[in-house]
Design a protein around this ligand. Structure first.
Ligand code: SAH
Length: 288
């Protein structure tokens, strides 16, 4: 599979699209528009409309003003890096962070801030799934972030991301991970199908999975909402199955993310047909 030509992998490049969804629950977005107070609580970039009130302690009010300004700046940086990651290839993303690894920490501070507003985090769903199975299953976590999965299960987890700030994480572009073919039982992509060449990541996951191994994908729901410019989940599922998987679960019941679970077939699909990968639109954050 690894030798399959890049020509066959047809995840199209696309323009960034600003979508009306942030990575925060919709109900909190509505509230944000109504009250400045709440806006500041959930949104980095909203402090401009809410200057510090005079108070008995001017130092504490200037402190909170500085904090807000910092948070606004951090929110802006986060959105910029996020947009970059969704609109470039994995190789370009690797080079981007190599030039300035600080950007990776900035990204993850913003990411964790956003995630703290989600009612349920997809990484916890995947953790639960793994805990319900044998801890002898070997896992590859593609785009692991802070390696939360590896830290929360007993399984052997190989954790990959573009930058390593933790001894558990191997820094690499996940289209080329340092694992033998057919060596893991579970490949995980938790909100990490970011690059324009995402099909390469899935090909790599296929390569390292043992026959009957699991491919677990959690993705932002809007990316699979055809009514809002997202991909048709059926077309995505079909493309993954054409690679040599069977679809085992499609769960879009969560408000924020969808879960798509697959199993690698015992036998390889006969090669030849070019796989039509649907475009997965970037998940952008509104500037507020
Ligand atoms: N899976 C983690 C982190 C999700 S954020 C969690 O659920 O908490 C998405 C992560 O994917 C980021 O850390 C980003 O750096 C990583 N990523 C994106 N493209 C990548 C690539 N080509 N190779 C390795 N990691 C990548």
């Amino acid at each position: 599979m690894k030798g399959q030509s890049r020509k066959k992998r047809r995840a199209k490049h696309h323009k960034p699209q600003r979508i009306e969804e942030s990575l925060q629950p919709k109900h909190s977005i509505k509230h944000k528009k109504k009250t400045h107070q709440h806006q500041n609580h959930v949104n980095h970039s909203s402090a401009s409309s809410n200057p510090p009130k005079s108070s008995s302690s001017s130092s504490s009010s200037s402190c909170s003003f500085i904090d807000k300004a910092r948070a606004r700046l951090a929110g802006g940086h986060f959105r910029m890096i996020n947009e970059k990651l969704y609109t470039c290839t994995g190789k370009e993303a690797l080079d981007y962070f190599k030039e300035d690894p600080e950007l990776f920490s900035m990204y993850h501070t913003g990411y964790q801030e956003q995630m703290s507003h989600w009612p349920e985090q997809p990484v916890n769903m995947i953790t639960k799934w793994l805990k319900g199975r044998s801890s002898s299953l070997i896992v590859a976590d593609f785009g692991c972030g802070d390696a939360r999965l590896a830290k929360n299960v007993k399984n052997k987890v190989f954790s990959f991301d573009l930058v390593s700030n933790d001894p558990l994480v191997v820094a690499c572009d996940m289209s080329n991970v340092p694992l033998d073919s057919s060596s893991v039982d579970v490949s995980v992509f938790c909100l990490s199908l970011m690059g324009t060449n995402y099909a390469n990541y899935l090909q790599e996951a296929y390569r390292v999975l043992k026959p009957s191994g699991w491919l677990l994908i959690a993705e932002v729901k809007s990316r699979f909402d055809p009514n809002n410019g997202g991909a048709d989940p059926n077309l995505f599922t079909r493309a993954v199955c054409e690679m040599g998987f069977t679809s085992e679960l499609k769960d879009f019941s969560n408000k924020m993310f969808g879960l798509l679970y697959f199993k690698k077939k015992e036998k390889k699909n006969s090669e030849g047909r070019e796989i039509e990968w649907p475009e997965l639109k970037p998940c952008m954050y509104k500037r507020r």
